[in-house]
Structures are given as C-alpha cells and as structure tokens.
Write a protein of this length. Sequence first.
Length: 337
Amino acid sequence: MKKIDSAASRPVAALGVSGTRALLGFVGLMYYLSHYGDRSYLFGPGADSVLPHHLFLDQIREKGSFSLYAWSTSEVWFEAVFHLGVLAALAVTVGVGGRAVLAVHGILIWSLYERQSAFLDGGDNLAQLVIPMLLLTNCYQNFSFSSGVADRVIGRLPESVRSLGVPLHNLGVVAIAVQMCLVYVVSGLYKVQGDVWQDGTALFYIMRVPEFELPGVSNLVYNNDVLVFLGTYSTTLFLVYFPMGILVPALRPWTAAASIAFHVSIGVFMGLTAFALTMIACDLIFLSSALSRARRMARTIGKRRTREQPGSIPTVTDQDAPESDTPDRVPVPQAAR
C-alpha cells in the first residue's frame, strides 16, 4: 500500500517529460521549416503536387485515416492549415499554450504526415504514439511559459478531480517508458532473425546504402572488419537488453545515455535526423533524475560564483533551497491514515 500511495502522490520524471515535449515540438517545427519553400509542391492540393489530391483522398479512404488537408482543395485552406501547424509546433517547443496546444499540434502534424508519407523515416510513428501519452503528463512544468490561466482553471475543479493529476501524470510516463522498451526489444528481436546480423556483417551493408552514406566517413567504418563486427553485435545486444538496463535504477542513466549516443550516431552517419531526435526525446524520461541533479549542481555552482564576486550582496534568492523533480503546483493527495 505504501508503494501505491507513493506512486499516486509523487510525480516522476517531471523534468525529463518536459524535455520530451520540447524536443518533439522542435522535431515537428524543423519538419515544417525544412519543407517550407516547397510546401505547395510537396503537400499542396494543386495538380502539379507530388501526390495529386484525388490520389491522396484514395489513400486516406483506403487506410481509414483522416487529414485536415483532405477537407478542401482550396489553396487558402492549405496555407492556413500549414501555417497553423508551424505556429503550433513553435508553441509546443517553447512551452506556450499547455496541453490544448499540444493536442492541436498532434492533430496538425498527423495531418501533414498523412498528406505525404513518402518522406517519413519512422520517427513519425513514435511521435504519433507518444503525443497522446504526453497529454496525460505535466509536461509543461519545465521549459515553458505559463500565463496562469491553466492554474486558475484547475483550482476551480473539485478536489476529487484535481487529485487525479499525479496518477495520470505517472501513467503517461509509464506508458512512454513501456512504449520505448517495446520499440527497442521488437527491433532487436527482428534483427536477431536476420542472417547478416547473426554473422556480424549487417553494418557493412547498411553503411554502403547510398541514401544512408556519409561521404568520406562511412567507408572508414565499413572497410574496417573489427568496427563492423563490434558495431553489428553491440547494436543487437543493446536493443534486446535495453529494458533490463532501464529496470535497474543504477544502470538506468547509463542505459539512457548509451541510447542517446546510439541515436546521435544514427543521425550523423545515416542522416536520419528526425528519427534520431524523436528517439532521444523519449529517452529523456529515463534521465530525469540525473538531469535534475545536474541542474541543481549547476545552480549551486552559479550561486557560489555570484557570492564570490566583489561587491555582491546576498539576497533571499541566494539561499540554497532544495529543489525537487516534483512540481509544486500539482495537488498531492494525502494518503489515508
């Protein structure tokens, strides 16, 4: 019972999940901006677009999906929806608007992905799964600007409703963590079944694909037998045993850091930047405690240097107040005594 009460009263990974929200918003914003100049050709309703509007409608009906870009063939409508998506992605990145804007961003980025799926690299699938989970969390506690409107609205809700805030937050964090473990394990088990992964040569073939090759660097890797062998087997082992590293608290930050390094290498060597950043964004929930400690340490060092400067006047803000990963404004239900 004590563990259940603790899980229901103390939000977890508050700093990390805020970083997840900000980085996912940034990935969406970069997707909009990187295609901004060619938006009409790539996503527009005109007859000269890559995917004509009537073929796009056929795809939507076949998949049983939806997209705001399918509602009209008007250029005005297209421009309005596209630019609203840019603004929503920017707002999510900087932390403006709260969960309502995050939900709008999720709908708009889904609509854009559905409009032209040929440019996607896999990170979009994870983002579309994680954004609804983020809506359960208090992902605007950090790295955001608050107008106070949400706090006033929440303050008027019944206590029984407000007390659900922390359990729902923790449920969202756990859902993201489980989703990440499934992504890694399924990917690892899929690789284990392949012959090139079993004989340790998969990295050689992957890095020779023209679309994924980094000129002048990739050849240094795939021409080295030791690097190919170690890279292939270490990738498979890491993916399969990722959940074990996450479940052990002492190994969790190291596992998450290794995952981030792994995806940085994918972004650099294979050019899958959006995919790599999306995976890194979700890995941040496992680094929340480590990030909180690093932030406290940085602030402590900064305060000490401020005190050591000649003529500095100590104030109340110079006190080394303890900092927690728990949001102060989230109502905490009291356990029954």
